[in-house]
Design a protein around this ligand. Structure first.
Ligand SMILES: Cc1ncc(COP(=O)(O)O)c(C=O)c1O
Length: 421
């Protein structure tokens, strides 16, 4: 490929690599998934307000606990609620501070505010995009009661070091593993480190449901029992007696339903196979891109197994498009990639404490998260909805796109005049 007039780029009227922007193809629903959902419809057992061991929710709880090797799993309505109920079960509430990453999905911090506590933001590592023990330690105060590391994009945070630091400061750790089903940290599946951990089953996740859902896992029976009570209006539901309608505490209606649990259980039977295929596809994709000048590919530290939920690429925009202001360069690059058919997105357009909904609650100084800010400014992502198990050929086309855009970078630079971010 040559860098000529620039006419080669689809953005400038050239032939795109892919005929159109790659479509969303996740989740994959099979005949088995449909049959599992139909069985629930036929059973008339829709909600998880009863126990007895045989509802689809209980089956999913058992099989996810077994998959991870943890004592207990509790199904809830979504991953945000999972965090909220985990925080309440651990006694976190008004007046407490909770450390969260400066770069994550907004729900991590919102869950903290919903229980009346205050999120405090730790900067992230520039390579793993997760918080580090040192980053957490830097923002812990005497009011900090919990730390929520996020296994962002499907890569575990350094959970042993973070847990050690948190415990030394008297804080509990609740792991936000919403994006990390299948990830492994030093031989231990993400979520099975001994801390309470939460998962999202929202349909874009590696282990999806047909809508919204969440799971909390823990080895602590008291925490699991507390969440079971909290998800059901604070009631105690027992299989050996009729429902009493007595609320022992202020709870929620935060149950997972059996249709969604059955769909996820069916997906779980193919999960290991999908995970392995995704890992092969992504490895082959990244091998193609690793040597491109000014492109930093996502990586997998030794001893970690990435679940590749989201691929984040950090670009040295100054090097790729010299002289073009950062915001304009990023906009131009993403337009060029998308015009060729690669659905590049900005996953998080600002650091979390800058979100309008959270800004007024943050007492830390603006600009306290330079690494997270730099990553937000200079990166683009490819999300799970484009990484299904058979995406190998599609990812090879994405590699063609990136190579083409890089080869035409000078023409792209020249076209920057007049482009607004
Ligand atoms: C890191 C993180 N935490 C929490 C959540 C919230 O999960 P849910 O959408 O199921 O409420 C998400 C969802 O995308 C997430 O990515």
């Amino acid at each position: 490929m040559t860098d000529g007039s620039g006419g080669g780029l689809a953005l400038m009227g050239g032939e795109p690599v892919l005929p159109s922007l790659a479509p969303v193809t996740w989740p994959r629903t099979t005949a088995e998934d449909r049959a599992a959902v139909a069985a629930v419809l036929d059973s008339n057992l829709f909600v998880s307000d009863r126990t007895g061991g045989r509802t689809a929710v209980e089956e999913l709880e058992r099989s996810w606990a077994e998959f991870l090797g943890v004592r207990r799993c509790v199904g809830v309505s979504n991953g945000t609620t999972a965090l909220e109920l985990a925080l309440i079960a651990h006694g976190i509430g008004p007046g407490d501070e909770v450390v969260v990453p400066a770069l994550t999905f907004v729900a991590t911090a919102m869950a903290v505010t919903h229980v009346g506590a205050t999120p405090v933001y730790a900067d992230i590592d520039p390579v793993t995009f997760t918080v580090t023990a040192a980053g957490v330690a830097a923002v812990i105060t005497e009011r900090t009661k919990a730390v929520i590391p996020v296994h962002l994009h499907g890569l575990s945070a350094d959970i042993a070091a973070i847990t050690e630091t948190a415990l030394r400061h008297g804080c509990v750790v609740i792991e936000d593993a919403a994006q990390a089903q299948g990830a492994v940290y030093r031989g231990t599946p993400c979520g099975a480190s001994g801390n309470t951990a939460t998962f999202s089953l929202q349909m874009t996740k590696n282990l999806p449901t047909c809508g919204e859902g969440g799971l909390v896992v823990t080895d602590d029976d008291r925490i699991a029992d507390s969440i079971v009570q909290l998800r059901q209006f604070g009631e105690d539901i027992r299989p050996d007696r009729p429902r009493r309608y007595v609320s022992h505490r202020l709870g929620f209606n935060a149950k997972l339903n059996n249709v969604q649990a059955a769909y996820t259980s069916s997906q779980l039977t193919r999960f290991a196979e999908y995970h392995a295929a995704r890992r092969d596809n992504v490895a082959a994709f990244l091998t193609r891109l690793r040597d491109l000048d000014g492109l930093v590919c996502p990586s997998e530290p030794d001893g970690y197994e990435h679940a590749w939920h989201i691929l984040r690429f950090v670009v040295d925009l100054e090097r790729l498009l010299p002289g073009v202001p950062t915001d304009r360069a990023r906009t131009l690059l993403m337009r060029a990639l998308r015009a060729e058919g690669l659905p590049a997105t900005r996953y998080q357009v600002m650091v979390l404490p800058e979100q309008p909904a959270l800004r007024s609650l943050c007492r830390q100084e603006r600009g306290s998260w330079p690494v997270a800010q730099d990553v937000v400014d200079r990166s683009f992502t490819i999300q799970q909805r484009h990484l299904p198990p058979d995406a190998g050929p599609l990812l090879q086309s994405f590699a063609d796109v990136v190579e083409k855009v890089w080869a035409h970078a000078a023409a792209l630079s020249r076209s920057a005049e007049g482009v607004t971010a």
